[in-house]
Write a protein that binds this ligand. Structure first.
Ligand SMILES: Cc1cc2nc3c(=O)[nH]c(=O)nc-3n(C[C@H](O)[C@H](O)[C@H](O)COP(=O)(O)O)c2cc1C
Length: 153
């Protein structure tokens, strides 16, 4: 395996209704562990579907993936990116979590899920991975901006 960091993207389905407090609980776990293990990424949730990007040092990221795979809060985990790389993509935050249920742009989320499902877990090229992660992070950053604007209005 080449590269010092591991990038993982998966799609999964909630096993029960995830309320805002449930999501906040997951977020707390995420923040504690992500900071201590140097893992960053983005978790999006909408209509019972999770789209999760994690990246970090190889061993810590694999350990997190094992915990995620056995977490009873979600099922049908489908890996869409498993990519090793010498440089990380999202160095500037630990883990952003967004509940997209209140957002009106369902189309953008569906389109991200569609593109993700078409990726091949270990067969995607570096540029396909880069371009999907760019898109995911731009989407995430744009959504954070619009949440801020809503709160300021
Ligand atoms: C969709 C989803 C995403 C999660 N993402 C993370 C994550 O990024 N980092 C993390 O530490 N835990 C995450 N969790 C929680 C882990 O699966 C696991 O419950 C937790 O790491 C165990 O922490 P604990 O041993 O301190 O209870 C997530 C859970 C779900 C359902």
């Amino acid at each position: 395996m080449q590269g010092q960091y591991l990038q993982i993207v998966y799609i999964s389905r909630q096993t029960h209704r995830i309320s805002e407090p449930d999501l906040l609980d997951i977020q707390k776990k995420i923040v504690n562990r992500s900071v201590s293990k140097d893992i960053s990424g983005v978790l999006l949730h909408r209509s019972g579907i999770f789209l999760h990007f994690i990246e970090g040092p190889y061993k810590a990221t694999v350990e997190l993936l094992v915990d995620l795979a056995t977490d009873p809060n979600h099922r049908d985990m489908r890996l869409v990116i498993v990519h090793s790389t010498p440089k990380r993509h999202a160095r500037f935050w630990s883990m952003g979590v967004i509940d997209m249920n209140h957002s009106s742009d369902n189309d953008a989320f569906s389109s991200l899920i569609k593109t993700a499902s078409e990726l091949c877990p270990s067969g995607s090229s570096d540029s396909e991975v880069e371009s999907f992660l760019d898109r995911l992070i731009t989407y995430f950053a744009g959504h954070i901006e619009s949440l801020r604007d809503d709160q300021a209005a």
